[in-house]
Design a protein around this ligand. Structure first.
Ligand code: TMP
Length: 242
């Protein structure tokens, strides 16, 4: 891997060019950040959990007709993916109020939303990933109105499939963030990762509001037992695949 050309290093992953054109290798790090990297740490085993969970979820979504960048998991923390040009939008889907939605609207934590909420944030660390309005989305013209509609439809469909998958693992899918990219033919496909770093996942067998948290909120809020929570997600997802 060290001889491969590094294309991009983010907060949680490194992307390398592979020997194949149109194929990238993604390496998942144990490094953890929150609040736009103001908080930094390490979650031992996180890279392996996030890579493995993402691989299983991408394969599940592909089986349900959602195009993704996933090709093959080549090591516990390495994945081959189709080369894409990432669309600089973070697409968040919410089923239950938590995080910035409760902070910014006053909705009570745990409120079940009458319908899933899809939000678009600008993927720009320097600007702090701001939430975009429809008019700002149209002004920035990162995607066409038709592409925006495709992103929204794909996000809602992915939400339905992921909810079904996680329900079977006795995990409640509270909310999650997706990234999409254009493949070599210009098609929009799902990219990045789907993991306890990018989802809020609550243990459906646990009613205690802190004990049920199985995702990066344990790190964000200093709740402890972070590694154990990530491993629990890995084992539930691995054992209860549908
Ligand atoms: P939020 O409530 O902080 O806006 O987060 C919504 C969802 O998006 C949550 O599941 C965590 C995920 N997320 C990321 O994956 N990356 C980020 O940078 C942020 C802020 C949130």
């Amino acid at each position: 891997m060290s001889q491969l050309e590094k294309l991009y290093e983010g907060k949680a992953k490194i992307v390398y060019r592979s020997q194949e054109p149109d194929v990238f290798l993604t390496y998942f790090k144990d490094d953890a950040t929150a609040f736009n990297a103001q908080k930094k740490g390490t979650i031992t085993g996180k890279g392996e959990v996030n890579c493995t969970v993402s691989a299983i979820l991408f394969q599940w979504l592909e089986s349900q007709g959602i195009p993704t960048h996933y090709l093959e998991q080549t090591a516990p923390n390495e994945m081959l993916v189709k080369a894409v040009k990432i669309i600089p939008l973070e697409v968040v889907v919410r089923n239950i109020a938590a995080g910035s939605l409760t902070r910014e609207t006053g909705l009570e934590l745990g409120t079940i939303l009458p319908q899933p909420l899809v939000e678009f944030y600008l993927k720009n660390d320097a600007l702090g990933d701001p939430l975009l309005t429809r008019d700002r989305l149209s002004l920035l013209a990162i995607v066409t109105p038709e592409q925006l509609e495709i992103l929204e439809k794909m996000a809602l469909s992915i939400n339905q499939h992921l909810q079904k998958f996680f329900l079977n693992c006795e995990i409640t899918l509270v909310d999650f963030k997706l990234e999409f990219g254009f493949d070599s033919k210009g098609n929009i496909i799902l990219a990045d990762e789907i993991s306890p770093d990018t989802c809020r996942l609550w243990d459906a067998t646990e009613s205690d509001p802190q004990a049920r948290i199985l995702d990066k909120d344990r790190f964000r809020q200093d709740l402890g037992a972070i590694e154990a929570a990530y491993q629990k997600v890995r084992s539930r997802v691995t054992d209860k695949q549908i």
